[in-house]
Design a protein around this ligand. Structure first.
Ligand SMILES: [Zn+2]
Ligand SMILES: [Zn+2]
Length: 474
């Protein structure tokens, strides 16, 4: 089924960004899986290899090596440290690093590995991350320490070492990271666009960070769970201004991926600025290491999940979703400005909308003027708009009419009738983005709220097509 028949969708929440598209073209493998599951399962290794090759090609050399249930599971310092120990161990056993003798028994291996990375016991027994402020980290675990989502500090495990993404402090990064290394940090984790405030990392800061990581033997890990594909390039740091895609040897070592890609985990660039020291130069040695890790440490994923992840990558590649994300982002931003210009004072400047391309962060008070379902964090003034990348979203008139304008009402009412017929409603509260409930949702706008007084009260004032509150504004 082609995406061209799918009308623009005002659900910019997308289950917290877990959907890039409304209608994913499905492979023929699904029919076979339904009729003869056993024969498809027999080809599991081929399917896993196809996924690995597609991912590696699309993301310019990053191999999806370790799979986990959620991206926050993949961002555990102990897991990453275990992986790095294992990588160095395999490198030594295979004789990839010529400075270390290869004939070694297991217990003696640890000392060369520590020297290899500049670690002491602390890096192995209580590893930590240095984290660039602005990363989301709202999960139970070490990154919950830096989350604004919890009422109490519910972080567990080693507390991260927080670094300010401030250009004026970039000159001091080497010293800061030296301090981080001395207390047990093994890597720096960053998001290219902060999911909490929408500010992109500046190319200058990114370049200084890369240098400082290298100088301190710290691995560079980029969390691309939300930014992959949405920010105008496969991974956000592969955008032209970060100039990494043309210089892989000074690029990040590990990328955390998940959400819309259908599969979560971490991907490795064996040519990354620190990773390349492990000596996995040839494709064969990289695939050998990948097979070791998958077979011995992480379980490969179930077949249907893998087939869907392949479908997503194929569509992203053939339909060029990174390019689409630029068009969609531009169209949505222009329509917001166009709508705001109608009520603005003459000569007033456009208020900036944060984020990059189709990862849009807009202030809560501005978002609430539009009949669009966003994804907001409880304590943040910024709402994330994560529009889908279907073809119809690249047509400014369709987006204007169906999402921002009253021509979309017929479509919204149709969605409402379908939902009612199935005893369902729009999934996410228009006011606070958590799961919605209660009978009083708007059948005209296809928007809903949570059954909580504050949400219900605010929802009564949503910009409703029924009450024509949008008149003159859209
Ligand atoms: Zn709510
Ligand atoms: Zn309404």
């Amino acid at each position: 089924m082609g995406n061209d028949i799918v009308l623009p969708d005002h659900d910019f929440h997308g289950s917290w960004g877990r959907r890039y598209t409304i209608c994913l073209p499905l492979s023929n493998l699904w029919d076979e899986y339904k009729s003869n599951r056993a024969s498809v399962e027999l080809r599991y290794d081929e399917i896993l290899a196809e996924y690995t090759n597609l991912f590696t090609e699309f993301f310019d050399g990053f191999i999806p090596l370790s799979f986990h249930a959620h991206v926050s599971d993949a961002s555990n310092p102990s897991l990453i440290t275990g992986f790095l120990l294992y990588t160095a161990g395999v490198s030594i056993l295979l004789g990839l690093d010529s400075s270390i003798p290869t004939r070694m028994v297991q217990p003696e291996m640890i000392e060369p590995i520590k020297r290899f990375y500049g670690w002491n016991n602390c890096h192995i027994t209580a590893p930590r991350f240095a984290v660039i402020r602005g990363a989301y980290g709202a999960a139970y675990g070490h990154l919950a320490y830096i989350s604004k989502e919890w009422d109490l500090s519910l972080g567990a495990g080693p507390e991260p070492f927080v670094i300010e993404p401030d250009d004026s402090l970039a000159a001091d990064l080497k010293d800061r990271l030296c301090e981080a290394k001395s207390i047990g940090c093994i890597a720096v984790v960053l998001e290219m666009v902060s999911t909490t405030n929408g500010l992109p990392i500046s190319p200058y800061f990114f370049s200084k960070l890369r240098e400082a990581c290298l100088e301190n033997n710290l691995f560079l890990i980029v969390d691309e769970a939300l930014t992959a594909i949405r920010c105008g390039s496969p991974f956000c740091f592969q955008r032209e201004e970060y100039a990494v895609s043309t210089a892989k040897s000074c690029g990040p070592d590990i990328v955390l991926f998940g959400k819309g890609l259908g599969l979560c985990g971490f991907a490795v660039n064996f040519g990354g600025q620190m990773m390349k020291k492990a000596g996995f130069v040839t494709k064969d040695s990289q695939m050998l290491m990948t097979a070791f890790w998958r077979n011995l440490v992480t379980q490969p994923v179930q077949t249907p999940v893998l087939i869907e992840a392949i479908d997503i990558l194929k569509a992203a590649q053939t339909e060029n979703w990174p390019d689409r994300s630029k068009s969609v982002g531009r169209i949505v931003r222009d329509l917001v400005w166009e709508a705001e210009a109608r009520t603005a004072m003459p000569g007033a400047e456009r208020n900036p909308i944060r984020g990059l391309d189709s990862m849009i962060l807009i202030e809560r008070h501005r978002s609430s003027k539009f009949p669009i379902n966003g994804a907001m964090l409880k304590r943040s003034m910024w709402v994330r708009w994560l529009p889908k990348l279907d073809l119809s979203m690249t047509d400014p008139n369709l987006v204007k009419n169906y999402i921002f304008g009253s021509e979309g009402v017929t479509n919204r009412q149709l969605k409402s009738r379908i939902a009612v017929a199935h005893g369902k409603m729009p999934m996410w509260c228009y006011v606070c983005s958590t799961p919605a409930g209660g009978p009083d949702w708007c059948r005209t706008c296809f928007l809903s709220s949570r059954t909580q007084q504050a949400c219900e009260e605010a929802f009564r004032h949503h910009p409703c097509f029924d009450r024509k509150q949008l008149k003159g504004r859209l």
